[in-house]
Design a protein around this ligand. Structure first.
Ligand code: NOJ
Length: 567
């Protein structure tokens, strides 16, 4: 592997700092808390950390509205504390990547404050101003244009009103981006996760979109826009001076367009977060919510695995700060949100979900709290929710529906469910802080917490560790080819990873009832070694020919896989 491909062997842990760990007891997570918990993060077996934005921000979108790109939000510490965290992380063998949010800034960023002042201002063209808006909707807050009294024009905001879009066609803006990259790279960070990076180049003339598609009507004119690859190449040049790693977030990206970023000598990204597998139960959060469909999930997984094999590299994830908790979506929690307890097969389904994605080909990302099986919260009032998209979508969609049903949709889909404080122990405030936390702690913290799971060898936490360890030790699980079996099966996801004569077969039941299964021909009748299971050994009362509720098994075989047509 050339040095810029160090990321292939790795796995990452994502920190959404506000809810990670409060180190100075003001109720808000911070870099002091991160410093304290670095050994814990390392103990998971991950090799890197991705920090969601920790820069100064008025928090209209909790950090994704940046008002100073080269500093740390005072709630979280300062640059000195950041350097301490970075050094300690490096000492422990953890790489650190930052979030790069350059599609938009905060409206409180000095560039925007200047830009508003008028057309003669040096920052006038840093943003996208028009006398007449087009018909685009924003993704977060009504129309994508807001009138600014001072400037006497409308500005574009694809997200919230307080997130004006930067004008990337302006070379000065691209120079600013390069300067931000250099600032953090010179400090020693190892790469970037690039926010909605496929949106940064807009089509000239900003044509009207289709009027009848809410929220995303303008997308054909700002996704993978005309100059995207030129701009990305400029940023890549800077990053390559530092052997750093670039991971793009690609909302609604297709395999075809992702490959343009990820392949060839001019590739501009090392990996991309795709979204298809996040739509096995919804179109986009609060708009359309459907019952979970395993076949849809498997189809998405397999599509990306096959398309990128040998050409590019997948970024694997099931959770992040933009989605509800996965046990509550694809695991046993999908049968109801439990505010005080956990679903019956919480543990089994939490572990099975880990195995369903960590062993695919790609670099796994684990979101804070996912490793202990945190679940969704259920708040009684829409006013208790903090996330802008949950709040505005509540008032945007399904307005003829009852209040209860609208709130239920928020329970199912709000991003706030992944933003509750991490549950460290069974003590007050779940050990997150000694003071009242800035946001609700999930009431199930007495069951779901790091401390109790540390003490349980069969916990979800320890299963994540076992999965990461197994993957790390196996060339086959890192580099091997992927193959899916029985794609039409509604309850079982079965896939293999094969390299030379070594093959792993991963079985995952998504059912809360026992389900019959049989092995593919390549493996049937062969002596496979069970290397990992999500059921504890002493209760391994297998039902022959069946997988128990949410059972997952990982077998290792020494076989030469037979050609596809003979399966
Ligand atoms: C994607 C980020 O992950 C999300 O949290 C944010 O709201 C939008 N981009 C806008 O920056």
């Amino acid at each position: 592997m050339r040095s810029t491909e160090w990321f292939k062997k790795m796995s990452f842990y994502q920190i959404w700092i506000r809810s990670f760990k409060d180190g100075n007891n003001d109720g808000i997570g911070d870099l002091y808390g991160v410093f304290e918990k670095l050994p814990y993060i390392r103990s998971l077996g991950v090799d890197g950390i991705w920090f969601s934005p920790i820069y100064p921000s008025p928090n209209a979108d909790f950090g994704y509205d940046i008002s100073d790109y080269k500093n740390i939000h005072p709630d979280y510490g300062d640059l000195e504390q950041f350097k301490k965290v970075l050094n300690k992380a490096h000492e422990l063998g953890l790489k650190v990547i930052m979030d790069l949010v350059i599609n938009h800034t905060s409206d409180e960023h000095p560039w925007f404050i200047e830009s508003r002042k008028g057309k003669d201002n040096p920052y006038s063209d840093y943003y996208i101003w028009r006398d007449k808006p087009n018909n685009w909707d924003s993704l977060f807050e009504g129309r994508a244009w807001e009138y600014d009294e001072l400037r006497g024009q409308y500005y574009l905001h694809l997200f919230a009103k307080k997130q004006p879009d930067l004008n990337m066609d302006n070379p000065k803006v691209r120079e600013e981006v390069k300067s931000i990259l250099r600032f953090w790279l010179d400090l020693g960070v190892d790469g970037f996760r690039e926010d909605v990076i496929n949106f940064i180049s807009k089509k000239e003339g900003l044509p009207n979109g289709l009027p009848f598609i809410p929220a995303v009507n303008g997308m054909p004119y700002y996704k993978d826009g005309p100059h995207i690859h030129e701009y990305m190449a400029e940023f890549r040049d800077v990053c390559m001076e530092y052997d750093c790693f670039q991971l793009g977030e690609g909302p609604m990206t297709t395999v075809r367009s992702a490959l343009k970023y990820l392949t060839g000598p001019d590739r501009s990204l090392d990996m991309m977060f795709s979204f298809d597998h996040m739509m096995a139960d919804c179109l986009y959060t609060e708009y359309i919510h459907r019952p979970f469909d395993l076949r849809k999930l498997k189809k998405a997984f397999t599509k990306w695995q096959n398309a990128l094999n040998g050409k590019a590299w997948n970024a694997l994830y099931l959770e992040n700060h933009d989605h509800p908790r996965v046990i509550s979506r694809y695991g046993d929690g999908r049968y109801g949100i439990f505010s005080h307890s956990v679903p019956k097969y919480w543990k089994e389904s939490g572990k099975m979900l880990a195995a369903s994605y960590i062993f695919q080909q790609g670099t796994p990302f684990i979101y804070q709290g996912q490793e202990i099986g945190m679940t969704n919260i259920r708040l009684n009032s829409i006013d208790d929710y903090m996330d802008i998209s949950s709040k505005t979508n509540f008032n945007r969609y399904h307005l003829n529906d009852t209040f209860e049903r609208r709130l239920r949709r928020i329970h199912l889909s709000s991003r706030d469910s992944s933003r509750t404080p991490v549950q460290w122990n069974a003590e007050k405030h779940a050990g997150f802080s000694e003071n009242t936390p800035w946001f609700f702690v999930n009431k199930n913290y007495r069951t779901v917490n790091v401390e109790s799971e540390e003490n349980d060898p069969d916990s979800i936490l320890n299963f994540y560790r076992k999965c990461l360890e197994l993957r790390k030790k196996s060339k086959t699980l890192i580099l091997g080819d992927y193959r899916e079996y029985f794609p039409r099966d509604k309850h079982i996801y079965m896939y293999s990873r094969t390299c030379g004569c070594t093959s792993y077969l991963i079985l995952c039941s998504f059912s809360r009832l026992p389900v019959p299964f049989h092995l593919p021909k390549t493996y049937a009748g062969k002596a496979g070694k069970l290397v990992l299971s999500n059921y504890p050994k002493d209760s391994r009362k297998e039902i022959p020919g069946f997988l128990r509720p949410y059972e997952s098994r990982i077998y290792k075989y020494r076989v030469k896989p037979i050609p596809e047509e003979n399966q």
